[in-house]
Design a protein around this ligand. Structure first.
Ligand code: PEP
Length: 249
């Protein structure tokens, strides 16, 4: 039985004060630990204050990105040990916006995955095809490359230490959600890839989230699918009541 994960990706939104307000709303509104792993990913300026606020709660904190090196001359970057030190336990890696605007590749995603695991952060590794790739019939090739290259050489971990998020690029922030059939097809394909590289227990234990315009209206249907183990939510995670509704779904 995989514990579902509901993770909110706040992207480049929320000042420190706004972040605390939002997390207060989520914390007060959702008090039912145990059934769902709830994670919020504020901008890096708010990781520490949000983590401090949530210290004894059942809500965890994620960074939205990281560098693979531990420290050094990488102006503007933060590394896994810094993220841990700030109080986060998760990190989003390879989000399509990072791949698109900051030229992240499967190779850099893989380096970040290795570093995250080494430093005890749970990576949420994002994969997903563009509309053009889907229309050209390259969906499976793209997903296979992103999953296999992203996880290359990653062996000694527990199943719950890695999360994959399938986020079709054409569904992110567009209001267009994958249909249940489209989502389940890709999720079960990802599960089959995991079975090729890991033993049955591990391959069955890794959580695979859906992301892409998930909201309080469509969440229940998507989350009921056998291989969808939760959601990575952008826009709808910025309103406490919407995020709580998704958690309840
Ligand atoms: C995301 O950015 O990970 C995402 C899924 O965004 P949205 O929910 O806004 O589509």
């Amino acid at each position: 039985m995989r514990t579902p994960v509901i993770a909110g990706n706040w992207k480049m939104n929320m000042t420190v004060d706004q972040a605390i307000e939002l997390v207060k709303g989520i914390h007060y509104g959702y008090k039912n630990p145990g059934q769902v792993d709830v994670v919020v990913a504020p901008p890096s300026t708010s990781i520490h204050p949000v983590a401090q606020y949530l210290k004894d709660s059942h809500i965890s904190v994620a960074a939205q990105n990281m560098h693979w090196e531990e420290s050094g001359a990488f102006t503007g970057e933060i590394s896994a040990p810094f993220i841990k030190d700030a109080g986060a336990d998760y990190v989003i890696i390879g989000h399509s916006e990072r791949r698109q605007y900051f030229k992240e590749t499967d190779k850099t995603v893989n380096k970040k995955m290795h570093s995250a695991i080494k430093h005890d952060l749970i990576p949420i590794m994002c994969v997903g095809e563009t509309l053009g790739e889907r229309e050209d019939g390259r969906l499976q090739d793209v997903i296979q490359r992103q999953v296999m290259d992203g996880l290359d050489g990653i062996e000694s971990f527990a199943a719950t230490d890695i999360i994959i998020a399938y986020e079709p690029v054409w569904a992110i922030g567009t209001g267009k959600t994958a249909t249940s059939e489209q989502a389940e097809e890709v999720h079960s394909f990802i599960r089959s890839l995991l079975h090729k590289i890991h033993d049955t227990k591990k391959a069955n234990g890794i959580r695979i989230l859906y992301g892409g315009s998930m909201n309080s209206k469509n969440a229940a249907e998507l989350l009921a699918l056998p291989n969808i183990d939760g959601g990575l939510i952008g826009g709808a995670s910025l309103v406490a009541s919407d995020f709580i509704d998704i958690i309840r779904s």
